[in-house]
Design a protein around this ligand. Structure first.
Ligand code: THU
Length: 154
């Protein structure tokens, strides 16, 4: 495993391999007839539930939704708003995942909305080949719900 983290204490209750395995399964469902790029994601809620998603493209292109946001929409729409981690796998069509697929900027911001302080992003090629980051490394100095707290009614 290649890790970018200095301390792994907070990884203790994160089922890294199960998340990657779930993301790999979800990737098989990707609807990507235009780009041919298939992505799967699996999010872990604070309650340790896993929700998965794939990218879903559209003939009109812009309505395309990324795998990460599909998974997050599923979790949040089922009532789970506090997320701990996400695993992402992406690669061109085919069974092999040949590259690390990092979440796009829009997905990073959407993850940020529901992420706990030590949110973990796992970018994987397989269950044994992955990199781990904190969200704050991938989206430093971010804007989030706290900035609008006085305005917000949850
Ligand atoms: N895609 C994702 O699913 N997640 C990302 O973070 C980046 C890109 C998808 C969107 C589109 O269907 C395909 O990958 C090519 O951009």
């Amino acid at each position: 495993m290649e890790s970018e983290l200095k301390s792994v204490d907070f990884l203790q209750d994160i089922p890294v391999k199960e998340l990657i395995c779930s993301a790999l399964e979800a990737r098989k469902k990707a609807y990507a007839p235009y780009s041919g790029y298939m992505v799967g994601a699996a999010v872990l809620t604070n309650e340790l539930r896993i929700y998965t998603g794939c990218n879903i493209e559209n003939a009109s292109y812009t309505p395309t939704i990324c795998a990460e946001r599909t998974a997050i929409a599923k979790a949040v729409s089922e009532g789970w708003r506090k997320l701990k981690a996400i695993a992402v796998v992406g690669s061109e069509q085919g069974d092999m995942v040949s590259q690390y697929a990092f979440p796009c900027g829009v997905c990073r911001q959407v993850i940020r909305e529901f992420a706990g302080e030590q949110f973990i992003v796992i970018v994987a090629k397989s269950e044994s080949d992955y990199k781990i980051y904190r969200l704050c490394e991938l989206l430093p100095e971010s804007f989030g719900p706290e900035n609008l707290k006085s305005e917000r009614k949850l």
